[in-house]
Design a protein around this ligand. Structure first.
Ligand code: SF4
Ligand code: SF4
Length: 381
């Protein structure tokens, strides 16, 4: 019997129908973690679809290989279906829901308003100090003559706590929604497996030849390298901030620090990585537009763009920090960091956290399979 895509089917019904077709077909089971995980299920709840969606890294290999892809009447498009499910999950699990809906659906306006608002707030704070916006300032503590140290700590410390609360709350809700049966699986072994997946971004290697996104005829490791540049650049920048805090609060050495100091070197290497990675990922999005006729979603562009803006303004500030442009550049840099922080829990950044959780669940499920089989045999006996 041939099953047709009904014009009235909901998104969940469409996803369930496509996943059932994949479960019967199984042609793509070697491509990624999604297909072995879906083969463990005979039915798919909304939580299952969201879980599978976060195992997908959107490489499009299954779409390129699929004989039931549009224009076939079955209309199987697993990457698009899982992308929609992923995005819906990011909003559904985020808190507060109204803010998540607003910022997710208007990412460019959110970034623009937050950056402008942060910039104006920095200018007002600076004017309240009675200082000229273009006065040359140098020497230890010169940054804090622009924005007082306490103001920076309060604004960004509260924003960081907000990010941690929203993202960790979303991941807990996502985790609890799952139907994982870890049995006696070792959590230590599962975490070691996740680290082995995440550190080299293993799945973006496409099992050897590289990722077929954006060009299915030329798989490459470019996408993996660009993601690594962003990931490790971001971590180095975070390390730079931590080391600078130790310099200031424990060693009592006030910024700005020399170019050869550890926090500045970490910041330079991390900043270059973030700029190279973000610029390259934006290039891939526009290459996909040309090659696959896929217009980039605003959410795809805005998070990468604001992260790139933070890194670029940070590097310009480093180069021009001893000039009269320093106060304005510092205001601009802090405004872009503020926009990043405010929009981060409602942007594609959360993919990193969801993906780690999905990979952990996947490792636990895989480890539980022999035990589940033994349990089933016991029941049958
Ligand atoms: S995506 Fe297509 S080819 Fe791949 S398993 Fe599903 S139905 Fe089969
Ligand atoms: S797009 Fe890539 S990662 Fe996603 S389900 Fe298809 S093959 Fe797997």
């Amino acid at each position: 019997m041939r099953r047709h895509k009904l014009p009235t089917e909901t998104f969940l019904e469409s996803a369930q129908r496509q996943l059932n077709i994949c479960n019967a077909c199984r042609y793509c089971e070697g491509y990624c973690a999604v297909f072995p995980a879906l083969e463990l299920r005979s039915t798919f709840t909304e939580a299952d679809v969201t879980y599978l969606a976060n195992l997908c890294h959107d490489c499009r290999a299954c779409l390129d290989a699929c004989m039931y892809a549009p224009p076939h009447e079955f209309g199987v498009d697993i990457p698009a279906t899982l992308r929609t499910a992923r995005d819906a999950g990011y909003v559904r699990y985020a808190w507060p829901h109204r803010l998540a809906t607003l910022l997710w659906h208007h990412p460019r306006a959110s970034v623009a308003v937050a950056t402008l608002g942060g910039f104006v707030a920095a200018l007002v704070a600076e004017s309240a100090n009675g200082r000229s916006l273009v006065a040359g300032r140098s020497g230890p503590g010169s940054f804090y003559t622009v924005i007082p140290w306490l103001g920076m700590v309060l604004a960004f410390g509260l924003a960081a706590l907000f990010i941690i609360a929203v993202v960790s709350g979303a991941i807990v809700t996502f985790w609890r929604s799952g139907t994982v049966r870890p049995g006696k699986a070792s959590w230590g072994a599962a975490w070691r497996g996740v680290i082995a997946d995440v550190v080299p971004l293993r799945y973006l290697g496409g099992g050897g030849p590289g990722c077929p996104y954006p060009d299915p005829d030329r798989p490459s490791h470019g996408r993996r390298l660009l993601h690594q540049a962003v990931l490790y650049g971001f971590l180095l920048d975070f390390a730079s901030t931590c080391v600078a805090a130790i310099y200031q609060d424990i060693l009592h050495r006030m910024p700005p620090y020399p170019v050869t100091s550890l926090p500045v070197l970490l910041g330079i290497i991390g900043g270059v990585g973030v700029i190279a990675g973000c610029t390259g990922l934006l290039h891939l999005r526009y290459a996909a537009w040309r090659l696959r006729h896929e217009r980039p979603a605003p959410q795809d562009v805005s998070f990468v763009a604001v992260l790139n803006l933070v890194a670029i303004t940070g590097m310009i500030l480093l180069i021009l920090r001893a000039t009269p442009a320093m106060p304005i550049l510092l205001d601009l840099h802090l405004a872009s960091v503020f926009a990043l922080f405010l929009t981060l829990p409602y942007s594609r950044f959360v993919h990193a956290a969801y993906r780690v959780a999905a990979l952990l669940r996947n490792r636990l499920e895989e480890a539980a399979q022999p035990q589940l089989g033994a349990e089933d045999e016991g029941v049958a006996a």
